[in-house]
Design a protein around this ligand. Structure first.
Ligand SMILES: NC(=O)c1ccc[n+]([C@@H]2O[C@H](COP(=O)([O-])OP(=O)(O)OC[C@H]3O[C@@H](n4cnc5c(N)ncnc54)[C@H](OP(=O)(O)O)[C@@H]3O)[C@@H](O)[C@H]2O)c1
Length: 328
């Protein structure tokens, strides 16, 4: 099969298509013929050698954490799928390829209303956002949340999920062009952080109280401002560290305002943990994708062979929603 195999780490030019054997389908696995795969920020780190796949290390290191396609083989213990089923899947690597094998519990059916391209943009972004909002931050209807990078893949998913759950959303973006888009996803207020101080605006928007939770992808540069944006007892969820991972913190502020800081990562979690998250996500949200009330926002598609260009594009921060690779 064709796959992007990492034989060296570096810039986008190391993403080259190679011919390798089709992966084996274990007894509890399904083999998926991939039609589309989502590009994630983490893939850029993996390409640079900064985000290795979890153990057991695969024979071929192929990036790609999510995909959509059709089941072409099922293992003997598989009960949930048949050959020919259209599925989307969360994988711990291997989606930049024509085929991937994964445990049946990591996949679920694509509603017939959705294209493969739309479906490929759902697993990683929406599961991450769902977990951050409802498990890590435990948010409930009527509460207020600050979602950074609101136009990104995870950010656009988080705004929609939060809005659907009756939360009040304020978000940050890096350009005024993105403002109307994030308002369309359900944010009540969008702050261009290049022009305005988000702490001040969040305070004003929340009538001086601060927000119940912050979903953060930026890390280092935002830590103290994120804490200042929280109300007493609020939760900061660290999902990414785009500006760096080292920051100092005023522990007296954490103590006196009873603040919570929680980290989350999807890829390296045990399979049973992912299975529970996927089941809950599926039961509570998939019907809304079928009706169009939730959608993976697709910015641009690139053929698999141009994965390097897709990475170059992501670095420019222009995308609103997901970048998808198509596999012909
Ligand atoms: N923990 C997990 O399991 C998990 C899972 C998925 C993703 N993630 C993380 O979540 C983050 C977002 O991923 P994604 O796939 O949604 O990426 P994405 O679509 O590329 O969105 C990221 C956006 O963040 C903003 N940004 C980038 N660098 C920034 C900086 N230094 N300061 C402020 N804003 C910056 C940019 O938007 P503006 O120009 O509008 O600011 C950019 O478009 C990444 O850090 C990724 O690693 C974590």
């Amino acid at each position: 099969m064709k796959a992007i195999v990492l034989t060296e780490f570096g810039g986008p030019e190391v993403l080259r298509v190679q011919e390798i054997p089709v992966p084996e389908c274990g007894p509890g696995d399904i083999l998926i013929r991939i039609h589309a795969a989502g590009v994630n920020r983490a893939d850029l780190l993996e390409r640079q050698g900064l985000y290795p796949p979890p153990d057991p290390r695969p024979e071929f290191q192929i990036p790609g954490l999510e995909c959509a396609g059709v089941v072409v083989q099922v293992g003997q213990r598989v009960t949930r799928f048949r050959e020919g089923d259209r599925v989307m899947a969360l994988v711990s690597g291997g989606a930049y390829a024509e085929y991937v094998a994964c445990p049946q519990d990591n996949a679920w059916l694509i509603p017939e209303e959705l294209s493969d391209i739309e479906a490929a943009g759902i697993p990683e972004a929406f599961l991450t956002a769902y977990d951050a909002l409802f498990d890590k931050a435990q948010l409930t209807m009527g509460q207020r949340v600050l979602i950074h990078a609101g136009a990104g893949g995870v950010g656009s998913a988080a705004i929609q999920l939060a809005h659907r759950a009756g939360l009040h959303v304020v978000t940050t973006v890096g350009s005024s062009k993105k403002v109307p888009r994030v308002l369309e996803f359900g944010a009540e207020r969008a702050i261009n952080y290049r022009e305005r101080d988000f702490v001040e605006d969040v305070r004003a928007w929340s009538h001086g109280a601060g927000v119940d939770a912050v979903l953060d992808f930026i890390g280092q540069d935002y830590l103290s401002r994120n804490l200042a944006s929280l109300k007493t007892g609020g939760v900061l969820v660290i999902i990414g560290t785009l500006s760096g991972g080292d920051a100092s913190i005023n522990l007296r502020e954490v103590l006196s305002r009873r603040l919570n800081i929680r980290g989350t990562v999807l890829r390296s979690r045990p399979d049973y943990d992912k299975m529970h998250l996927i089941q809950e996500f599926q039961e509570r949200t998939m019907a809304f994708f079928a009706t169009g009330q939730l959608r993976a926002v697709i910015d641009k598609t690139f053929p698999l062979e141009q994965a390097g260009l897709a990475h170059q594009y992501m670095v420019t921060n222009q995308n609103v929603g997901k970048i998808i690779l198509t596999v012909s």
